[in-house]
Ligand binder design. Structure first.
Ligand SMILES: Nc1ncnc2c1ncn2[C@@H]1O[C@H](COP(=O)(O)OP(=O)(O)OP(=O)(O)O)[C@@H](O)[C@H]1O
Length: 312
């Protein structure tokens, strides 16, 4: 047994002569959130399908919850829950019946209590006895995730869990994910929303062209690309002029009366910059340090903005 909830090495999958996964390696620590990002068609769902035993890999080794995927499919299935594109919700049943069916399938003891608890946790008590076909998109997602939690799986795969949800429902899902992680659950998340990965993931991997082109914490990924800068805002054009003359390589915005000064963001350079302004009695009304966001990282790594990647 390792302390990794998921360990993937040399994973390959091709459709015909098209290599979708061309040898990928990663590990997911138990009790953490790992997010896989990538443009449309990058192979995220293929990866999820392999890790959840729905699809067989061509090569590579995968351990999930300490079990070898190739030889211990049953044990892997018992340890995981999957929510996503192949939603398990049955429209002809009520929310409660959907949950009860899952509890029966998984032979959960005190199923009725578990179902009641999940309906409460997901704020579905009022609609519990209505048909799932009458649920809004957000309610269906919540029911789908609640069904995944029946039987308390150690590892949960969430394939684009908030696609199409309004911001409020998205935030509700985020807080549920955080609660699950606080309880020790491991989450493998694919998402189209970089902000979601930024908010939730302990580690992020970017998949492109069949390979993982970057892996790390959100901050590590942001530090890999240039673009950290200091933004100075002045009260009048005279001061902006003086500061522009003083600071080499700075970009000015006349409308906003701001100056963008490249910087590594470290305290020493920031102090030096402020000292220079002081020496020339230039006063900045506002001073802020900007680091690139995940969108900048995605663009630098895949050559596409996240919006272009989603638009296909
Ligand atoms: N059964 C299949 N037969 C042939 N090609 C397939 C099959 N399933 C997927 N592909 C191809 O494999 C590639 C990866 O697909 P996959 O669904 O894993 O991507 P994805 O990153 O999840 O994309 P999306 O964000 O659109 O869901 C795509 O080019 C897709 O067309």
């Amino acid at each position: 047994m390792t302390s990794s909830a998921i360990a993937v090495s040399g994973l390959r999958k091709a459709y015909g002569d098209k290599a979708v996964l061309d040898g990928i390696d990663f590990e997911v620590a138990a009790g953490s959130v790992f997010s896989l990002l990538g443009p449309n068609g990058a192979g995220k769902t293929t990866t999820v399908n392999i890790l959840t035993t729905l699809l067989t890999a061509d090569a590579g080794t995968v351990r999930v919850a300490g079990h070898d995927l190739a030889t211990a499919t049953k044990q892997v299935r018992a340890a995981i829950g999957v929510t996503g594109q192949f939603a398990a919700v049955d429209d002809l049943l009520s929310g409660r019946e959907n949950l009860q069916l899952m509890a029966d399938l998984k032979r959960v003891r005190s199923g009725g209590q578990v179902v009641g608890g999940l309906l409460e946790r997901f704020d579905l008590v009022e609609s519990a006895d209505k048909l799932a076909s009458t649920y809004s998109g957000g309610m269906r997602r919540k029911l789908d995730l609640a069904m995944t939690l029946v039987g308390s799986p150690q590892i949960i795969f969430l394939d684009e869990p908030t696609t199409g949800l309004d911001p409020r429902s998205r935030r509700t899902m985020w807080s549920i994910v955080r609660e699950l992680v606080a309880e020790g659950t491991t989450i493998f998340l694919t998402t189209q929303y970089l902000e979601e990965a930024d908010q939730l993931a302990d580690r992020i991997a970017v998949l492109d062209g069949g390979r993982l082109v970057a892996q790390g914490t959100s901050d590590e990924l942001k530090r890999q690309i240039p673009g950290t800068h200091v933004r100075l805002r002045f009260t009048d054009a005279g001061e902006l002029d003086a500061a522009t003359r003083l600071l080499d390589g700075a970009l000015r915005d006349d409308e906003e009366l701001t100056l963008r000064v490249p910087s590594d963001g470290e305290s020493k350079s920031l102090r030096a910059l402020l000292d220079r302004l002081d020496e020339h009695t230039i006063n900045a009304q506002e001073f802020s340090v900007h680091t690139p966001d995940l969108d900048d990282v995605f663009l630098a790594l895949t050559g596409r903005t996240s919006e272009e990647a989603i638009a296909k």
